[in-house]
Design a protein around this ligand. Structure first.
Ligand SMILES: C[S@@+](CC[C@H](N)C(=O)[O-])C[C@H]1O[C@@H](n2cnc3c(N)ncnc32)[C@H](O)[C@@H]1O
Length: 252
């Protein structure tokens, strides 16, 4: 499993996974569609990492207070003031918040780290006021192939295959936790603006699954990726978009 506390990793995550203005716009739109038009004043960003979704949540949900929870101190330390009103070092299995204290919650790329994601969803439901929404942003078996860098790094691909849920699993987590009106949107986002930017992003090794690739495999994969990048750039091939599921349920 990726170790988010490893020295230097949080910084690499910021470099590799920063949201461009274009991505921020796509996710603001998707999260606004998912949660409807109500204002969501108190929002939890669970497994917030470096807080890259904080400003998106303020824009999409008109959030007044964003609480960021993560179990990695090095990731939380990368946050800027604008990313969260409160950063809390805690595990998603034991959330230190009051019942009915939230209007919405985002779990972005985190629930697959829990041994019991349905129990985490139940706990989130307890924290939400009636009508509150939970949005789960996640990779899934059906979206793995859209992350084209994975073809160069088999160990990373295997790790994603064994960790990522099926769409039906995520729907069941929310359903069993008592969320109603569960809907799924497959969100397509540009991988990068240009082949070389994409290559640099990947080779900075900030994608979580790349931490699990042995060094020799990483060097070999990087060499093949650079060769392909030259070829694709010369032939002006488009970079395929990446796909992510956004699964939303309403607390009743
Ligand atoms: C892939 S990162 C996603 C970060 C952020 N949500 C984003 O999309 O940029 C996964 C994050 O989940 C956190 N995490 C993993 N297991 C956790 C747990 N049991 N409780 C709280 N946070 C956890 C990690 O520390 C890491 O910051």
């Amino acid at each position: 499993m990726t170790d988010y506390d490893v020295a230097g990793y949080a910084r690499r995550f910021v470099t590799a996974r920063a949201l461009s203005p274009e991505l921020r716009q796509v996710w603001t739109g998707a999260l606004a569609r998912a949660a409807g038009t109500d204002m969501r004043a108190d929002v939890l960003d669970l497994g917030a990492g470096t807080g890259r979704f904080g400003t998106v949540l303020r824009a999409a949900w008109r959030a007044e207070r964003v609480i960021a929870i993560d179990r990695s101190m090095p990731m939380l330390r990368q946050m800027r003031l604008a990313d969260a009103n409160l950063a809390v070092h805690a595990d998603m299995g034991a959330l230190p918040l009051r019942t009915g204290s939230l209007d919405a919650c985002l779990c972005s790329m985190v629930l697959h780290y829990s041994p019991d994601p349905a129990a985490v969803c139940r706990e989130i439901r307890r924290l939400l006021r009636p009508g509150g929404v939970l949005c789960v942003r996640t990779g899934a078996q059906e979206t793995i192939a859209s992350f084209s860098f994975l073809r160069y790094f088999p160990a990373a691909r295997r790790a994603e295959r064994s960790a990522m849920p099926d769409r039906a699993d995520v729907i069941n987590w929310l359903g069993h936790a008592g969320f109603a009106d569960v809907v799924v949107e497959k969100v397509r986002t540009p991988a990068a603006r240009g082949h070389w930017r994409y290559c640099r992003k990947v080779l900075s090794r900030g994608f979580p699954s790349l931490q699990l690739v042995p060094n020799v495999e990483f060097v070999v994969g990087a060499a093949f990726m650079i060769l392909d990048t030259i070829l694709h750039a010369l032939l002006c091939r488009p970079i395929p978009p990446e796909e992510t599921l956004l699964v939303t349920g309403v607390a009743v």
